[in-house]
Unconditional design. Sequence first.
Length: 293
Amino acid sequence: MTATVIDGKAFAAKVRGKVAEHVARLKSEHGITPGLAVVLVGEDPASQVYVRSKGKQTVEVGMNSYEHRFDADISETELLETIRQLNNDPDVHGILVQLPLPKHLNEDLVINSIDPAKDVDGFHISNVGLLGTGQKSMVPCTPLGCLMMLRDHHGSLSGMDAVVIGRSNIVGKPMAQLLLGDSCTVTIAHSRTKDLAGVVRRADIVVAAVGRPEMVPGDWIKPGATVIDVGINRVDKPEGGTRLVGDCQFDSCAAVAGAITPVPGGVGPMTIACLLANTVTACCRANGLAEPQ
Ligand code: NDP
């Protein structure tokens, strides 16, 4: 292996440490405790795990965690009313609605009912527009975590060729906007891209956000490139049981890349750390205080 393995777990612990320091200052100097409300609808097991983990880490950094759990058959009206109450609650600085929502609920309507200033996931159409026009916004947590790791590893990203595989609203598109904001030359690839291997081979930075286990082999990677693997895929092990793999073939990619994030232990931990950081940012903005850098 030639690649440096980017330790997302350690980096996320550092980010959480800084968040905890900021929270302690907000409490001692201003008597304010940032609060994050998480709304979970239904019994999706993966969502339940994420929500539990978010709640635990929120409390660990000294913030207040509010959980609102609803049965899968909650009406849209009732859900919108809950969000309206959270929007008006001064103790709640961040609101996150765990996706996906059950089919009968209009996801866009629900997300766009969140006060954009409390939209710590950065999915509200106002935040999407602000990000796209290079203005101060709430930035989606997963791409923000990827950007932080890239900046930490490279310093400046200016002029680098970046390929983002995947064009979802929650990862691919905002990731591309962030890389563009850092002056990369950005290509967004997707399921209709022709010669994906050729496109990826040009890249100094590859961000894979597809959801297909180990789709990207090492011979697609330009020697020395940085590979950020967003994918989280559960696959069966030959000996029974399951394991998590990314969208990239770790061993073959690590053999040619300059740096690579592992799965697990790469992008995943950074996502929740960025959620906590966004909540502190939202709290500071709401109170007219200096934001964490
Ligand atoms: P989506 O399913 O919303 O998007 C997947 C994207 O991949 C689509 O744009 C799709 O293209 C593209 N795609 C599918 N097949 C191919 C292919 N053969 N070649 C090229 N592109 C392809 O997924 P998400 O963006 O929500 O998530 C992507 C992955 O990241 C998942 O594994 C998910 O679990 C993980 N994830 C991890 C997070 C973390 O914290 N680490 C957070 C969020 C997601 P098209 O648009 O043409 O269909």
